[in-house]
Ligand binder design. Structure first.
Ligand SMILES: [Fe+2]
Length: 159
C-alpha cells in the first residue's frame, strides 16, 4: 500500500462534513465534491468508509439522503470490490475519536451512546472487528501497538 495515498484518504474521507451537520448525506457530499475535482479514488472512500458490510441499511445515523441517492449507494456498494484502502479507512474510522486513536470498543460504544443500538449493531461491530483482525494479520502485530497512546486514550474516566 502507498502510505501517502492512505494518509490523504484518511484526511479526506469525511470532506462531505464541510457542508454542515448531516447524517448519511455527508458521504454523498464528499463523493460529489471529490468527483467534481476528479479524485475518483477518494470519492469512492467517501462512500465506502461507513460500510464494512456492503449493505446500505446498517448505518448509524440519520438517512437524510434522497431515494435516488440511496439506490445509487446500494448499487455502488454491491458492485464494489473493497480493497485495502477501503478497509483501512473503515478501520481508522472505527478506532478514532476527534483527537486521538482508541481501542475499537470505546469508539463503538461512543457511537452507540449517540445513535442507540439498532438491530444490525452486532453484525456491524463484528465486521469492524474483522477489519482490525485483517490489518493485525497484514502488519504481523496488534495494530494498537503501532499507534500512540491507544491504551491511555482508552482508559475509563472515573471522575
Ligand atoms: Fe463519515
Amino acid at each position: 500500500m502507498d502510505c501517502d495515498k492512505a494518509y490523504v484518504m484518511g484526511l479526506m474521507h469525511d470532506i462531505g462534513r464541510r457542508a454542515g451537520i448531516k447524517g448519511i448525506l455527508h458521504i454523498f457530499d464528499g463523493y460529489d465534491y471529490m468527483m467534481s475535482i476528479k479524485q475518483e479514488e477518494i470519492a469512492r472512500i467517501c462512500l465506502t468508509h461507513s460500510f464494512p458490510i456492503k449493505d446500505i441499511n446498517p448505518f448509524f445515523g440519520k438517512y437524510d439522503c434522497s431515494s435516488e441517492q440511496k439506490e445509487f449507494l446500494a448499487a455502488f456498494l454491491k458492485n464494489s470490490e473493497y480493497d485495502n484502502y477501503d478497509i483501512l479507512i473503515q478501520l481508522c474510522d472505527a478506532i478514532s475519536l476527534p483527537n486521538e486513536a482508541c481501542i475499537m470498543e470505546k469508539r463503538l460504544v461512543d457511537v452507540a451512546l449517540r445513535h442507540g443500538l439498532p438491530d444490525f449493531t452486532i453484525d456491524k461491530w463484528k465486521a469492524f472487528m474483522n477489519t482490525k483482525k485483517h490489518f493485525d494479520e497484514l502488519c504481523g502485530c496488534n495494530i494498537y501497538t503501532l499507534l500512540p497512546n491507544v491504551l491511555e486514550n482508552s482508559s475509563v474516566n472515573l471522575v
